[in-house]
Design a protein around this ligand. Structure first.
Ligand code: OSB
Ligand code: MG
Length: 379
C-alpha cells in the first residue's frame, strides 16, 4: 500500500447497516459513444451506517450493462451482498477493509463503491480525507474539461464547440469510432490553438483501422483507449506506424499491475484514472504515485457520476498536476443532482475544492430517483 496514508488506513471502522439504493437520474440529453447510448444515469448508491449511527455515502459508477467493463449494476449488487458486505462486517479498520476486499478477484467498481462509503463516513468523522494525508498541497480550484458525445453533423459539432468555449472548459474530449467523419476532425483542427482537444475511442478501433488514427496525431493530445483492452500489441503497432502518436489508457487499466505492464511494454503515454474503475481510492493513489515517479501524465476521468462520486473524484483531482479532468459540473448532465447544493463551475472553468469537500447529500432527492432498495444488516 502507498506510504503516507497509514494514519487514515488505521482509522477504526464499524458497520451496522448498508443500504443499496438503485437510482435512475434523468439526464438532460442522450450521450452517444462507441459503447452505446446513455439516456439516464443508473447507479447504485451505498449508505453505510456505523454502530454510532454515523453515515457515509458511496457510488458505484459502472454501467448497467457490461459494455464499458465486465461489471454491471445487478452483478455489483450481488457481489456486494454476497462477498464484500460480509468483509465490511469483519473489518476493524479502513485499511483492513481495503486489504480484505483484495481476496475478491476483479469487481473494482464494486470495491470502490464500498471503500468510498467508508471513506465518506471517516472523512466526516475526522475532518480529513485520505488525500489530506497523502499530498498536503491541493489546488483550491480544479480545472475541468468535458467529454463530448458523438455529434450528428458538422452544424451540431460547431454549436457544441462554441458553447463549450463560452463556458471556458479547459479541454474538450471528443468521442470517436472507426469511420469518424474526417470533416469533423478538420473542423476541430481550427480550434487547436485555442484549447486542448483530445479524442476517446472507447476501445472501438481494430488492427485494420490503424491508418485512420493518423488524423488525430497533429492535435498533440494523447489518444484515449483506441483499441480494446488487452490489445497492447495494437498500441505498439500504432505507435510504430505513427511515432508522434501518444496513447492514453482508460478501460485497459484496472490495477497498478496492469499499468506497470502496459508501461514496461511501451504502450502507454498517459493515464485516465477513474477511482471506480481501478478499485477505489487507495488504488488510485498507488497509480498516481507510479505515474508521478515515471513522469507519466495522469488525470481523473468520469463515469457520469452523481454529486456523490463527483465530489470525491474532485478531491483526488485537486492533488494532481493536470491541465484538466473529466469532471464537469453536475448541471451539465442532470437537471437535479443528489447534492443539496450542486457542484458548479466558475467563469474560469474550475470547480472549487471547498465545494466538493462541503458537499452534502440530500436524502429526499435520492428518494425521488430511487427505483429499488435493499438493506443489509450486520447481525
Ligand atoms: O473517458 O470514457 C470516458 C463518460 C464520461 C466521461 C468520460 C468517459 C465516459 C465514458 C464512460 O465513456 C462509459 C459510459 O458510461 O458510457
Ligand atoms: Mg475513456
Amino acid at each position: 500500500m502507498p506510504e503516507g496514508i497509514q494514519t487514515f488506513l488505521n482509522h477504526s471502522l464499524s458497520i451496522d447497516k448498508l443500504e443499496l439504493i438503485l437510482v435512475d437520474i434523468p439526464q438532460r440529453t442522450t450521450f452517444r459513444s462507441a459503447i452505446g447510448l446513455r439516456k439516464s444515469r443508473q447507479a447504485i448508491l451505498l449508505r453505510w451506517t456505523d454502530k454510532n449511527g454515523q453515515q457515509g455515502y458511496g457510488e458505484c459508477s459502472c454501467r448497467p450493462d457490461p459494455y464499458y467493463s465486465s461489471e454491471f449494476l445487478e452483478g455489483v449488487a450481488l457481489v456486494i451482498e454476497r462477498f464484500l458486505f460480509p468483509m465490511a462486517c469483519q473489518s476493524e479498520t479502513y485499511g483492513g477493509l481495503v486489504q480484505a476486499m483484495q481476496q475478491v478477484r476483479g469487481w473494482p467498481f464494486a470495491k470502490a463503491a464500498l471503500e468510498m462509503a467508508a471513506h465518506d463516513l471517516l472523512f466526516h468523522k475526522h475532518g480529513k480525507s485520505i488525500f489530506d494525508h497523502w499530498r498536503i498541497l491541493a489546488k483550491p480550484h480544479i480545472p475541468v474539461g468535458i467529454s463530448i458525445g458523438l455529434q450528428e453533423d458538422l452544424h451540431q459539432l460547431e454549436k457544441t464547440v462554441s458553447d463549450a468555449l463560452a463556458d471556458h472548459y479547459h479541454r474538450l474530449k471528443f468521442k470517436i469510432h472507426p469511420g469518424f467523419d474526417p470533416a469533423q476532425t478538420q473542423l476541430l483542427d481550427a480550434y487547436r490553438e485555442q484549447l486542448i482537444i483530445s479524442f476517446d475511442a472507447n476501445g472501438s478501433f481494430q488492427k485494420n483501422d490503424i491508418d485512420e488514427l493518423k488524423q488525430f496525431v497533429p492535435f498533440g493530445s494523447a489518444l484515449e483507449q483506441p483499441f480494446p483492452p488487452h490489445r497492447i500489441d495494437y498500441c505498439q503497432a500504432a505507435k510504430d506506424k505513427f511515432p508522434d502518436l501518444k496513447i492514453c489508457l482508460d478501460e485497459e487499466v484496472k490495477s497498478l499491475g496492469q499499468m506497470i505492464q502496459a508501461h514496461q511494454l511501451g504502450a502507454v503515454d498517459e493515464l485516465n484514472i477513474k477511482p471506480g474503475r481501478v478499485g477505489g481510492l487507495v488504488s488510485s493513489i498507488a497509480l498516481a504515485d507510479y505515474c508521478y515517479e515515471h513522469d507519466i501524465p495522469c488525470w481523473v476521468g468520469g463515469m457520469f457520476e452523481s454529486g456523490i462520486g463527483r465530489s470525491i473524484n474532485l478531491q483526488f483531482a485537486a492533488r494532481l498536476d493536470a491541465p484538466a479532468h473529466d469532471l464537469s459540473p453536475s448541471g451539465r448532465y442532470f437537471e437535479r443532482d443528489v447534492l443539496a447544493v450542486p457542484l458548479q463551475m466558475d467563469k474560469k472553468g474550475c470547480i472549487a475544492l471547498s465545494d466538493a469537500e462541503n458537499a452534502e447529500v440530500d436524502p429526499a432527492v435520492i428518494d425521488t430517483f430511487t427505483t429499488n432498495r435493499k438493506e443489509l444488516i450486520n447481525r
